[in-house]
Design a protein around this ligand. Structure first.
Ligand SMILES: C[S@@+](CC[C@H](N)C(=O)[O-])C[C@H]1O[C@@H](n2cnc3c(N)ncnc32)[C@H](O)[C@@H]1O
Length: 472
């Protein structure tokens, strides 16, 4: 079935660009889950229109047209289609996906919510490419490795990307339906993935990997019926993230990487950074909290995600969830990502809700690889090409009231500077050493050199760590 599907998709031009060109302005409406504009421009009866109507619009399509597109009876594809008299409907979402110069197709369960429809999801529902999936793709460090592991593979999107950079890819999930779809996604793209069933690290007992990624089912929800496997696990609170991190070093090669999307609780009376630090076991790690929600915001977000807003059980579920969070002493929930590298070190955990460059993976890699030199005074530094200086103050004033050094790339950090630090950074063209520039500034300002060393060397170290400055 899959090889036939592959040739139909390829021969029909069912690619990201092909679909966008065919839909024109209707493409934007489809992005808002509205299918009517796309329906109106896909009536040619050619295979590309047929595929769009079947898989992206989830419409009933004439059996004759489907058989023309597939060159075979629809009965040959029982996993893909259901027929009703002379009409056929898709049972799965098959969509083109592209990044940079690579393109793939991904198979998942049908996208919910088209045209405002509200259908409760099956509990083993397999999510397609979601914004969180893309966040993890963008977070993944750009390294070539021998072995990679995708925990909770779902439709297989991370595994497809890992296969681009790894000699061997293992993809795991607790959901057999997900593993079947991930296997089909891999086969459809002629990619080899070792698909295994089991929870967290169970399927890879005794094995080590150079790169582990997971977009795990991190939603912090009360134990309840009707659980959605793609987002909840039955682990208490944020224990799924804790276990993934605690057990990561035992499954990583020396210097290997583990990267997770995660939600974590802010427990009353405890510091969230300290809780996370307890999970990273003396390994170098970086946690970034991109957003923090209070319990009510959090519950609303995930009840809506499950299509429950406005349904009879909404108020009861909302109340139960809030009570449960309160019993767990949860006062807020942090949402973000964690990178752990299997080398000795400690966790740096920070809140950074500002816009960042995407993909952020290359920046994550360089942050872990950047060393701050011991002999800083001897170093010759240059300003990174993306640093700009922003000054503000009253019109006509001799000196600015504030100076901000801002990076345009990576985390897009901003550092407040005084005139001495700004003067120092301005002089970093690789010609003079740090010691020579500080010496010249001490002479110019009539200040003791030791004072400048004490006040500015830590700041210069910070600028080096954040990539404002580089060694020559
Ligand atoms: C949010 S989806 C992520 C899917 C996909 N990797 C992506 O990035 O879009 C989480 C996946 O984890 C799986 N999962 C749930 N509990 C798990 C467990 N205990 N161990 C491994 N996978 C699990 C779910 O079935 C689901 O496929």
């Amino acid at each position: 079935m899959i090889s036939r599907l592959r040739s139909v998709l390829a021969d029909s031009g069912y690619t990201v660009d092909g679909v966008a060109a065919r839909l024109g302005d209707a493409h934007a409406a489809l992005g808002r889950n509205e299918t009517t504009p796309a329906w109106r421009v896909t009536d040619s009866g050619d295979p590309l229109d047929t595929l769009i109507r079947l898989f992206l619009l989830q419409r009933w399509v004439s059996k004759d047209l489907v058989e023309i597109a597939f060159g075979a009876p629809v009965e040959d594809f029982p996993d893909l289609f259901v027929a009703d008299g002379k009409e056929v409907k898709a049972l799965l979402d098959v969509r083109p996906y592209a990044e940079d110069d690579r393109s793939w197709w991904v198979i998942a369960d049908l996208t919910p919510g088209l045209d405002g429809r509200r259908e409760p999801m099956r509990t083993d529902y397999v999510l397609g490419i979601a914004p969180a999936s893309i966040s993890l793709v963008n977070l993944t460090v750009p390294v070539r490795v021998d072995s990679a592991l995708d925990i909770g593979t779902g439709c297989g999107i991370q595994a497809l990307h890992l296969a681009e950079k790894s000699g061997r890819v293992v993809a795991t999930d607790v959901n057999p339906h997900a593993l079947r779809l991930a296997g089909w996604t891999a086969e459809l793209n002629n990619v080899e993935i070792d698909v295994r069933e089991g929870s967290l690290y169970e399927p890879v007992e005794g094995e080590r990997f150079d790169l582990i990624v997971s977009n795990p089912p991190y939603v912090i929800a009360p134990p309840s019926d009707g659980k959605l496997t793609y987002r909840e696990t039955g682990f208490a609170g944020d224990a799924v993230v804790e276990r993934l991190l605690r057990q990561a070093p035992g499954h990583l090669t020396e210097g290997g990487w583990c990267q997770l999307l995660a939600n974590w609780t802010h427990v009353r009376g405890e510091d969230w950074q300290d809780r996370l630090a307890g999970w990273t076991g003396g390994r170098e790690a970086w946690a970034v909290q991109r957003e923090v929600l209070d319990p009510a915001e959090y519950v609303e977000l995930w009840l809506r995600d499950a299509g429950l807003h406005g349904r009879p059980e909404y108020v009861r579920r909302y109340d139960e969830w809030l009570s449960w969070l309160d019993e767990q002493r949860v006062e807020a929930i942090g949402m973000g990502w964690i990178t752990l590298r299997n080398v000795p070190g400690e966790l740096v955990a920070e809140a950074w809700p500002y816009e960042i460059e995407q993909p952020i993976g290359p920046h994550v890699l360089s942050r872990f690889e950047r060393d701050t030199p011991d002999d800083l005074l001897e170093q010759h530094l240059v300003v990174a090409a993306d640093v700009v200086e922003e000054t503000a103050g009253p019109p006509g004033a001799e000196d600015p009231a504030t100076i901000v050094l801002r990076r345009q790339r990576g985390m897009r950090r901003a550092e407040q500077a005084d005139t001495v630090l700004a003067g120092f950074v301005g002089a970093c063209d690789g010609d003079l050493s740090v010691g020579q520039i500080l010496g010249a500034l001490a002479d110019l300002l009539g200040r003791p050199l030791e004072d400048l060393h004490r006040d500015y060397l830590p700041k210069i170290t910070g600028l080096l760590r954040e990539g404002f400055l580089d060694t020559v």
